[in-house]
Design a protein around this ligand. Structure first.
Ligand SMILES: Nc1ncnc2c1ncn2[C@@H]1O[C@H](COP(=O)(O)OP(=O)(O)O)[C@@H](O)[C@H]1O
Ligand SMILES: O=c1ccn([C@@H]2O[C@H](COP(=O)(O)OP(=O)(O)O)[C@@H](O)[C@H]2O)c(=O)[nH]1
Length: 238
């Protein structure tokens, strides 16, 4: 049997993808399917840390936040990721995976705080670690949290599981003529202002020489193919 291409990965799961076809919130069938994908690769022995987004519940720059103080809106966004993290960890428990949620903001009665050595210990024990509350700072995104935590835990790659199946020449949801890159350098992605990830996340990964794979979480089996090193999505590299 072929072996997984990676031993430790940081998986960024889109908050918005959790909505499925619903207008907001968490779609039960969608979260169960996503967790089934995670369970499949966890069983291969790959150490998995997850950063979950919050856009399905609250996005700091959304119309609903108009007129709000940006930092306040961002803290609401971070709290939204805590809710998603709890839902995700519970869905994992139901599918036989042991998960631990760690929050970047103090909320001890609900989840344990992020402590790097503890996270590393959980990973070594084969538990899935779910990082909640992004970086813990306003003006950042959960993509940047993925770059940061990925660097901290020495992940071999950041896997950005999103609604599109890779990095395109332009936003494929707006431009039907956009074409997908098989691979692209960080410098090119930043210079071309490709919006699939924010520039802070790209820059951090570039400086840490931490590659990113952008792929679709909607496409069945895509996560496993990425983990097995098969041709899927777009690789962003130094
Ligand atoms: N050049 C591009 N290539 C791919 N996707 C892009 C590009 N520009 C913008 N996008 C958009 O970026 C979205 C993913 O980024 P983001 O909003 O951070 O999603 P999430 O964090 O929920 O995964 C995609 O759904 C896509 O519509
Ligand atoms: O380090 C962080 C991570 C997230 N957020 C806030 O939380 C929201 C939800 O995260 P994100 O948009 O990255 O989630 P996703 O795109 O995956 O749904 C963001 O819009 C920000 O308002 C933040 O302020 N700091």
């Amino acid at each position: 049997m072929t072996k997984p291409a990676y031993q430790r990965v940081l998986l960024k799961l889109s908050g918005e993808a959790l909505m499925g076809d619903d207008p907001f919130g968490i779609n039960r069938a969608t979260i169960e399917r996503m967790v089934a994908d995670v369970a499949e690769v966890s069983k291969l022995g790959v150490e998995l840390a997850v950063v979950i987004g919050g856009g399905n519940i609250f996005r700091g720059v959304a119309p609903g936040a108009q007129g709000m103080d940006r930092a306040t809106a961002d803290y609401m966004g971070m709290l939204a990721t805590v809710m998603n993290a709890l839902a995700l960890a519970d869905a994992m428990r139901q599918q036989g995976i042991t998960a631990r949620v760690m929050s970047a903001i103090g909320i001890e009665q609900v989840v344990e705080p992020y402590v790097r050595p503890k996270a590393l210990q959980y990973l070594e024990e084969g538990k899935v670690v779910v990082f909640a509350a992004g970086t813990g700072n306003p003006f950042f995104t959960t993509d940047t949290a993925a770059a940061l935590r990925g660097s901290e835990i020495s992940a071999e790659i950041v896997l950005k599981a999103t609604k599109v199946d890779g990095v395109y020449t332009a936003d494929p949801k707006k431009d039907p003529h956009a074409t997908r890159y098989e691979q692209i350098t960080f410098d090119e992605a930043i210079a071309k202002h490709l919006q699939v990830m924010d520039a802070t996340a790209f820059a951090l990964c570039r400086d840490q020489k931490l590659p990113i794979k952008v792929f679709s979480i909607v496409k069945p089996g895509a996560l496993k193919r990425v983990i097995m090193g098969e041709d899927e999505g777009t690789l962003v590299h130094v």
